[in-house]
Design a protein around this ligand. Sequence first.
Ligand code: SF4
Ligand code: MG
Length: 314
Amino acid sequence: VKGLEKRFPIQKGWFRKPGYIYAVNGVDLTVYKGETLGIVGESGCGKSTLGRCILRLVEPTGGTTIFDGKDMGQLNKRDMRAVKRHMQMVFQNPFDTLNPKLTIRHILSEPLIAHHIPLAEREDLILKTIEAVGLSMHHLSRYPHEFSGGQRQRIGIARALMLRPKLIIADEPVSALDVSIQSQILNLLQDLQEQFELTYLFISHDLGVVEHIADKVAVMYLGEVVEYGKKHELFQRPMHPYTKALLSAAPVSDPDERADRIILQGDLPSTSNPPNGCKFHLRCNSCLEMCKTVAPKLQEVEGQFVACHLYGHT
Ligand code: SF4
Ligand code: MG
């Protein structure tokens, strides 16, 4: 993903001035085959919109997305369809997206029918997939309301797997679940990643969840990536003041390990009228004079990437 941008026009009369909401504002990211990239940030930071832009569920307003060597902005309808087959989404609350009137068998066959998978292959694919997510053929004739939250998420994952995608974008896939169920689903996702050679983009506001599952992490703030790198480095040696504040507020297993808690000043500024310079400067306790006017760029510092004037020259 290079320079990805999504701005939404603000409708007349909603705010006084016509303008734009910059939900995603020039994001550069690379996800390698077989890895899990965690995207973290507060709600409203643009992480869901970023995921939806990559899948072309919403059309980005700028930038390029290269998937498996193909520039998605250059594809005709037919090629786009073929590429989209390899990118699937797992949603936060599968119940919202599982049609209550359909049996699980019917729900799982829909993507197969849409992509013209021959009838003879469908039943076999359905059986293999329902078993892969830890359910069985007996569940296939039931309806979504007959399942628990965790089971429904298994069904949501099965549906995403039906076409054997390469990339799965999971948007807060365990946030609606009880903590005891969360780790079961995370472990399942990890098993499936190995079994089906999947690449994950894992969107979450929950640092503990991301720490569990991700190989690399991108931290987003107001539509931009402010820090990006390998998980262990980022968690042990965060560089951006925003990442430091997020980590200091997250629950840790060993309280002695907790750095002093950094309390963020102020609220998340509006995405329709973001501050000049570094967008974090109103809340940053290390703010320099130049931060108020000059926007820092994401740059490499010792193998990690950070957008902050405290590091190197931008
Ligand atoms: Fe803080 Fe300046 Fe770094 Fe922004 S660029 S995070 S204001 S020190
Ligand atoms: Mg979201």
